[in-house]
Design a protein around this ligand. Structure first.
Ligand SMILES: Nc1ncnc2c1ncn2[C@@H]1O[C@H](COP(=O)(O)OP(=O)(O)OP(=O)(O)O)[C@@H](O)[C@H]1O
Length: 278
C-alpha cells in the first residue's frame, strides 16, 4: 500500500455516454443462506458512478443499500455480477487504497486521541511519525477540528466523532469515498451542518463519493446522481440527476428546483415502498 501513490493513477474507463465511470457494476446479485434456504437480497443491479461526482443510494429499509456498498468496497463478494473500481477489481482497488469507507458508527478507539485515531491507517502502513502527524493535523483542519487534536473520543460530540471518522477515511488519499449513513442519529440541525461540511470536504479533495442515506433532503443537497432502490429483491428502480449549482447552501434549499427534486424523489421512494409491500 502506498499512501503517497507515486505511480501514475490507472486510466479511468469511459462509459457509453462518453463520461468516466470510476465505479461500474453489472448484473450484481446477492443471495444469503438463511436457515438452510436462500434469501435473494440483491438482483440485477447495474450502476455507473461518474468520476468526481457525488452519488447517493436511497431506498426502503432492508432493500440492500448497505449490502451493495459492502460489495462495491470488497467487504462481501457478490453472488453474481462484476464490479470495477477505477477499472480494477474491488480487491485490487482496496490494496491500492483507492477508496476509504465511513461507517454508520464512527468506531473510534477510545484510548487514542482524535489525532491518533486519524493517524492509525498511516501507522499500520509504517509511515514515519512526523509525516503522519502532519498529515493527520492537516486533515483535522480540513474537517474543522483544529484545536481538538488531543481530545479523546469521549470528549467529542457525535458530529465531531463523525468528522474524525471522515478524516481517518481520507488519510490514505483515496480517490473514492464510500459512506454508509454516516450521520445517522444526529439531529436535523447537526445533520445539515455535517452535510455542509461533507460537501466542502468533497469539493476540496476532488474525491468521488458514494453515500447511503434514508434522507431525501440530504440526498438532493449532496448529490449529482441519486439511485433509488426498491426491495424484494433489492434493485435500482430509478436514477435521478440533480442539477443544482455548487456550493449548495441553505439558500439552495429554498429554490423551487430543490423542492421539486425533493418531491420527485419522495414520489419515487413512495413507489419503492409500495413495491416492497410497505
Ligand atoms: N449476512 C446476512 N445474512 C442474511 N441476510 C442478510 C445478511 N446481511 C443482510 N441481510 C439481509 O439482506 C437485506 C438487505 O440488508 P441491508 O442491510 O443491505 O439493507 P439496507 O437497505 O442497508 O437496510 P437499512 O436501510 O435498514 O440499513 C435485509 O433483508 C437483511 O436482513
Amino acid at each position: 500500500m502506498s499512501p503517497s501513490k507515486g505511480a501514475l493513477p490507472a486510466p479511468v474507463p469511459r462509459t457509453a455516454d462518453g463520461g468516466t465511470g470510476v465505479v461500474r457494476a453489472t448484473g450484481i446479485g446477492k443471495r444469503f443462506d438463511v436457515g438452510g434456504g436462500d434469501f435473494t437480497a440483491l438482483d440485477g443491479i447495474a450502476l455507473t458512478v461518474r468520476e468526481g461526482s457525488f452519488c447517493s443510494l436511497i431506498g426502503p429499509s432492508g432493500c440492500g443499500k448497505s449490502t451493495l456498498l459492502r460489495i462495491l468496497s470488497d467487504v462481501v463478494p457478490p453472488t453474481t455480477g462484476t464490479v470495477e473500481i477505477f477499472g480494477r477489481s474491488p480487491a485490487e482497488a482496496r490494496g491500492e487504497s483507492e477508496f476509504g469507507f465511513v461507517f454508520q458508527d464512527p468506531v473510534l478507539l477510545p484510548w487514542r486521541t482524535a489525532q491518533a485515531n486519524v493517524e492509525l491507517p498511516l501507522q499500520v502502513t509504517g509511515v514515519p511519525k512526523a509525516e503522519r502527524r502532519e498529515r493527520a493535523a492537516e486533515l483535522l483542519r480540513l474537517v474543522g477540528l483544529e484545536g481538538f487534536e488531543k481530545a479523546l473520543p469521549a470528549k467529542l460530540s457525535g458530529g465531531m466523532a463523525r468528522r474524525v471518522a471522515i478524516a481517518r477515511a481520507l488519510i490514505l488519499k483515496p480517490r473514492l469515498l464510500f459512506l454508509d449513513e454516516p450521520f445517522n442519529g444526529l439531529d436535523e440541525i447537526r445533520r445539515r451542518q455535517m452535510n455542509d461540511e461533507l460537501q466542502r470536504i468533497w469539493m476540496s479533495t476532488g474525491t468521488t463519493a458514494v453515500l447511503v442515506t434514508h434522507n431525501v433532503s440530504e440526498a438532493v443537497f449532496l448529490s449529482d446522481q441519486v439511485l433509488v432502490m426498491g426491495r424484494g429483491p433489492g434493485r435500482v428502480i430509478a436514477e435521478l440527476d440533480i442539477d443544482l449549482p455548487r456550493p449548495r447552501t441553505a439558500e439552495t434549499m429554498l429554490l423551487p428546483r430543490f423542492t421539486e427534486y425533493e418531491r420527485t424523489l419522495t414520489a419515487l421512494l413512495t413507489d419503492a415502498y409500495a413495491g416492497a409491500g410497505l
